[in-house]
Design a protein around this ligand. Structure first.
Ligand code: DHB
Ligand code: MG
Length: 599
């Protein structure tokens, strides 16, 4: 396993806070960012001691700017500055400094001059047993590609001068990175890793605000890292992520997220992709209910044709069932929201081991005698995720934790299973969540979207297992919530699958539990596609793709945090009806306003 390293710029707080967080998360090394050091109260010797106490080493000191291609007068000052920084590094116990390619307007466009000047600086470093890693910034004045930085390093021909390869600078500009594998490994001094979402914007802004940890974005970190390792490079894998959210977040939490990304990346390097998921379905979903929302949720489930079939042996938890859809109502955990879900796995112990290996936060087990031993970890938003087998009653599975109520089976309204869960994510946890669902649970991206909701732009990402028996739709506001938006602008929801939507709709309508959809929606639908007449008649929303169609109906929000959607997939429709979300959100807003008037 390669050594792991993280740049202090990835984290927030004082330099000391950042070092502590990196150490606690189990990194081997840190890149010290110059600005963080300059602002630190500790002396370089104190920082060196703290780094050692934390079990860390300093992998890199950076950045050193505007060095190569300088006019002669300015180069004298560059030499002076480098001498001072090398002396500082000696005090810190750092042996490699990063020079990033010049952006200064007076930089001379001449590879031989750049090589000669870098050789001069490398001699200064070499005198102290130190080395220089040269990095092409994607926005460098003249040197902005890895090919050109390599050409200059090659021409300089000094053993104390090598390359720094940074995945962001390479992959933000080109998919042509395969030739990196041909660079001799001893000429690559450092490897920096950052992912990012694909955005079409100025590359400097993209880099300084939107970098992500590996596997949180959409750059090919696996392919890139493989190419660099193919050179024979054996230095650390070092994270260098400039991100507006991480700069404001608890550094300890960010450091664990960062560490998880490197473990996951290493797994992908070893295996050629994420290890296959053992998940085979959704065993149950648990909603937290209180004195108000509990009876409302019971009434809704009753109207939908669920049976209250079991009562937990030791906890205030009801089991409601219809077909393979199982919903637990837990009145011991607070207001209505999705508090937990359980994933069925062909090997729950292996799924739990994988989660622990990827630094997922384990949740304490509160098991009584004779109760099933379910392992749970916390998803980034705090939702408990269980791994289990659903054994038939009497086989010591989780179902045996529930005593039968003896209530007769209700008449089915066509509900067959839980189709998917829609989990609104806290703004500050979204990227962490994407990595959690991909790496810890082994799910793959399905469909991504962005739309204008009543309280701001919302981004969605649906993710699933191979046979679509586990599907989760994550959503997140594009900006942090403003003052005007309600406290919970985007409730979570459970989407149930029905094989008889008209029957489910009739049952919900009889109970007065269907969310009304505005006529404008149907007029637009008619104008765009010739949707079946039943869509308007039933008051449902509709979508279609090349495989089939999707019929959706919604309940009002129960309490303030959760509602239920019922869908019928006709043919082999693959999507989630994201295009309908803004209209549905506005309809929920209308419903709340009507209720406020009633109150
Ligand atoms: O944004 C920058 O200036 C900057 C500095 C140093 C780096 O290693 C880098 O990748 C970017
Ligand atoms: Mg870099």
């Amino acid at each position: 396993m390669a050594r792991t390293s993280i740049a202090t710029v990835c984290l927030s707080g004082t330099l000391e806070d950042r070092l502590d967080a990196a150490g606690a998360a189990g990194f081997d090394a840190v890149e010290i960012f110059e600005n963080d050091l300059i602002a630190a109260a500790s002396t370089p010797e104190q920082i060196r001691a703290r780094v050692a106490d934390l079990g860390l080493t300093i992998s890199l000191y950076q950045p050193f700017r505007d060095a190569e291609g300088a006019p002669a007068e300015r180069f004298a000052a560059v030499r002076r500055r480098m001498t001072a920084k090398l002396d500082l590094m000696a005090r810190l116990g750092a042996d490699t400094v990063l020079i990033c390619s010049s952006v200064a307007p007076d930089t001379i466009d001449d590879d031989d001059l750049a090589a000669e000047q870098l050789r001069t600086l490398a001699e200064l470093a070499d005198d102290r047993g130190m080395r220089i890693a040269y990095e092409a910034l994607a926005w460098g004045r003249h040197v902005s590609t890895w090919q050109r930085s390599w050409e200059i390093v090659r021409r300089a021909g000094h053993p104390a001068l090598g390359l720094c390869l940074d995945s962001f600078h390479v992959l933000s500009r080109t998919d042509q990175y395969a030739d990196i594998a041909g660079i001799p490994g001893d000429r690559v001094f450092f490897l920096q890793l950052a992912d990012a979402p694909r955005l079409s914007m100025d590359v400097l802004q993209w880099s300084r605000h939107h970098r992500l940890f590996p596997l949180q974005g959409s750059l090919d970190l696996v392919g890139f890292t493989k190419a660099v390792l193919a050179t024979g490079y054996r230095g650390p894998l070092s994270l260098e992520v400039f991100n507006d959210v991480f700069r404001q977040a608890d550094p300890h939490r960010t450091a664990v997220d960062a560490r998880r990304s490197l473990t996951a990346l290493q797994d992908c390097l070893d295996g050629g992709g994420f290890p296959a998921s053992s998940l085979t379905g959704l065993a149950f979903t648990e909603l937290g209910v209180d004195a108000d929302s509990g009876p409302q949720m019971e009434a809704l489930l009753g109207a939908l044709g669920f049976t209250h079939s079991g009562q937990h042996r030791s906890k205030p938890v009801q089991l409601w069932e219809q077909g393979d859809a199982r919903i637990l109502l837990n009145s011991g955990v607070g207001e209505a929201a999705i508090s937990a879900f359980a994933l069925e796995s062909s090997d729950p112990e292996a799924a739990a081991r994988r989660a622990a290996h990827l630094h997922a936060r384990p949740l304490p087990r509160r098991r009584r005698q004779r109760e099933a031993d379910l392992t749970a970890v916390a998803a980034p938003d705090g939702t408990a995720v269980f791994f289990c087998r659903t054994e038939p009653v009497g086989e010591h599975g989780w179902l045996d934790d529930f005593l039968p109520t003896g209530e007769p089976r209700a008449l089915s309204t066509g509900i067959t299973a839980i189709d998917h869960l829609s989990l609104a994510q806290p703004f500050d946890r979204y990227d962490e969540a994407a990595l959690f669902y991909r790496a810890v649970l082994g799910l793959t991206d399905d469909e991504a979207g962005e739309f204008a909701a009543p309280f701001g732009l919302v981004r969605t990402l649906a993710i699933r297992n191979a046979d679509r028996s586990v599907r989760v739709a994550l959503s997140v506001p594009v900006l942090r919530r403003g003052d005007w938006a309600p406290a919970i602008p985007h409730p979570q929801h459970i989407t149930l699958a029905t094989d008889d939507l008209p029957r489910t709709a009739a049952a919900l309508a009889a109970a007065g539990m269907i969310l009304p959809i505005p006529a404008n929606y149907y007029d637009d639908l008619d104008a765009r596609i010739s949707a079946p007449a039943a869509v308007r008649r039933l008051g449902v929303m509709y979508d279609e793709d090349e495989h089939g169609s999707y019929w959706q109906l919604f309940t009002p929000v129960i309490g303030s945090r959760v509602f239920v959607e019922v869908v019928q997939r006709v043919g082999d429709y693959r999507g989630y009806g994201f295009a309908n979300d803004p209209v549905r959100m506005a309809a929920h807003r209308q419903q709340r306003l009507r209720e406020e008037i009633k109150d």
